[in-house]
Each structure stands twice: as C-alpha cells, then as structure tokens.
Design a protein around this ligand. Sequence first.
Ligand SMILES: NC(=O)c1ccc[n+]([C@@H]2O[C@H](COP(=O)([O-])OP(=O)(O)OC[C@H]3O[C@@H](n4cnc5c(N)ncnc54)[C@H](OP(=O)(O)O)[C@@H]3O)[C@@H](O)[C@H]2O)c1
Ligand SMILES: [Zn+2]
Ligand SMILES: [Zn+2]
Length: 346
Amino acid sequence: MRRTIGWRADGPSTALRTAPLDRRDLRPDDLAVRVDYCGVCHTDVHALSARTGEDPPLVPGHEFTGVVTETGTAVTRFAVGDQVAVGNIVDSCGECAMCRAGQENFCHAFPTLTYGGVDRHDGSTTLGAFCREYVVRDRFAHLLPPGLDPAAAAPLLCAGITVWEPLHALGVGPETRVAVAGLGGLGHLAVKMAVALGAGTTVLSRSPDKAGDARRLGAHGLVVSTDPEQTAAARDRFDVVIDTVSAPHDLGTYLRMVAMDGTLCHLGHLGAVTVETTDLLVGRKSLTSAGSGGLPSTASMLDFCARHAITADIELLPSAQVNEALDRLRRNDVRYRFVLDMSDLD
Ligand SMILES: NC(=O)c1ccc[n+]([C@@H]2O[C@H](COP(=O)([O-])OP(=O)(O)OC[C@H]3O[C@@H](n4cnc5c(N)ncnc54)[C@H](OP(=O)(O)O)[C@@H]3O)[C@@H](O)[C@H]2O)c1
Ligand SMILES: [Zn+2]
Ligand SMILES: [Zn+2]
C-alpha cells in the first residue's frame, strides 16, 4: 500500500476532514497520479447527504487533473511527467457489448466509480480524488490536451462529458434549437458546447440575475423558468432541452417547451420522476437521460474543447476550503464550478 492524504467524511458526518488514505500498489496497467486539481460536483453534495452512520468512509471527487508520477510495468501510453485527466469511472469489464462499443459508462457489469465504487480486483471501496494521489488503470486516464488550463479543465471530466454525450448523441448542430435548464456546473458547459456546435442556445433558469452570464457564454437569452408568462411564450420552441437541475422538479415545465418530435434529456438529480404522458403525447416528444461517457467520446470531447478553447468558469480554492465550497454549492452560490487546488495537502 502507498500512503496519501485526502478529505474524508466518516460516520454520518457530511463534513470532510483530512485523513491519511491508502492507495493500492501499482498493478502492471496502473498509473499513480499526483492530483493537482479536482472539481466539486453537485453529485458530491448528493453523495454526502445520502450518508447514514453505517456507510464506509467517503472521499468525494471525480473530475481531476494531475501529473503521472509512476507507471506500472505494462503501461506504454503514458510516461512520468505527463499531464492527465480522469473522470467519474475508473474501470469496467472490458468484455460486454457496451464496453466493446466504447460505452464503458454503461458496462453491463457496472463501471467502477471513482469513489464509492467497488474495485473489480480487490473488492475495496474506491476513494475519490479530494486527495493528493490517485491510482488509476491507464485506460481510464486521458492525456490533457496542451493549451487547456489544468485547473479549469478538471470539470470537463464529469460535468463536461455528461453534457457532451447527449449533445452529440442527439445530433446537436447549427440547425438545432437547444435550451439548457439550470445554469450551474453542467449547465454552463452545456451552453458553451452547444454554442460551439453552432446551435442557437437559450438558458432556462430560475435565477434572472444569470441573464448577463447566459449571454456572455454565448446564449441568445434566458427564460425565467418560474415565470408562467415566459414559459408559456417558450412553448414548443426547442428541439433539445438539456435538464441539469440538481433538485427534484416537475418535468412538465420543460417538456412543454420541447418542440414536436424533440427531446428532453434529464441529467440532474436522478431517481424516480413522474411524467404526465400527455406532456409526451402532445407533440410526440421524447424523454431521455445520459450519464458520464465512454472512453472514445471522452477523448473526442477533450479534443473538441481544446479546439474551441472550452474550459469551465471556475473559482479556484485551496483544498482546505472544501467544506465551504460544498456549503456554497448547496446554496447555489457558485459561478460556475469550484475547483480545489490540492497542493496545500503537501
Ligand atoms: N447524469 C450524470 O451522470 C450526472 C453527472 C454529473 C452530475 N449530475 C447531476 O446533475 C445535477 C447538476 O449538477 P451540477 O454539478 O451542475 O450542479 P450545480 O452546479 O449545483 O447546478 C445545478 C443548477 O440547477 C438549478 N437548481 C438548483 N436547485 C434548483 C431547484 N430547487 N429548482 C430549480 N432549479 C434548481 C440552478 O440553476 P439556476 O440558478 O440557473 O436555476 C443550479 O445552478 C446534479 O443533480 C448532479 O448530481 C448527473
Ligand atoms: Zn460529477
Ligand atoms: Zn462491460
């Protein structure tokens, strides 16, 4: 085992404290990565608040960049000193139809999550990247394209890929009218990507004070999702609505803004939802979802972001302020992603 230090929640606590963490010794296809920057995702907030006293300790963090410090004996694609990026899955079976299709995120044997997952070889619970070192199977690390700032690029590996896959799968391009619901970490990257794909893009938000930011990000405008007059005026207007709202909500509001034969892609706060089927029937609308991304699409997302100079708008904080970042994220006080600088753990 190798020792590192990270931010951990123990017992029922939702507060993180520094703790020594064990990492496995390198397998032949492993990399050791010094974690430099890790984004704070709303999923970290959900994971912390779902804890009971029975749960194993939790180390969140699943979108990070860093530098390779050691390589396993069979690693050929990476060398010590390479800048790499890792997202929210770190292994999969490699054999099922989904893995063979490059959709490791949908692995039939379930992908190994970066934290709170079960390691496929030793059965241990994975610990996330709010720490100084992560050991990852080489296939699940990506070279960080030159030109992308490593701190602002970290959120691409969860928030970015989560919105990229559906934008791509739904064929978003210059002819598509896109709306993005919820202007947060996922939402602001969805806006940047949809705009870069050439789509006319609108933000749906309950925060009218984000209108200036929406335009700065390239959107045509902002519809206030809590204003019935504005939502009625936006009826049947969008071919694709990407819903990134982090709290339970009525999908009908957004479905009614989807155009005939269009699609609502529900990405945020997962779990059971209620749908009024007439909201689908009238206009023959589709409801879909997505999560994370496969290895090929993650690589193409990084390439696209490098070509279009897309990274997250971040507030960079020393990792010692992790609890403050989580509290502010709970209060929706973020424009638009917190990233933790792990160098203070040395
Ligand atoms: N499917 C996946 O694989 C996947 C991956 C990553 C994250 N997620 C989930 O996606 C969601 C968004 O994550 P994030 O990191 O982007 O969160 P975030 O930065 O907190 O953004 C969420 C946005 O949702 C809106 N919102 C929050 N509470 C709301 C409420 N009660 N009613 C209406 N709107 C509300 C806010 O936008 P406005 O102020 O503009 O209204 C907020 O900025 C989370 O639930 C997260 O767990 C899913
Ligand atoms: Zn995430
Ligand atoms: Zn598989």
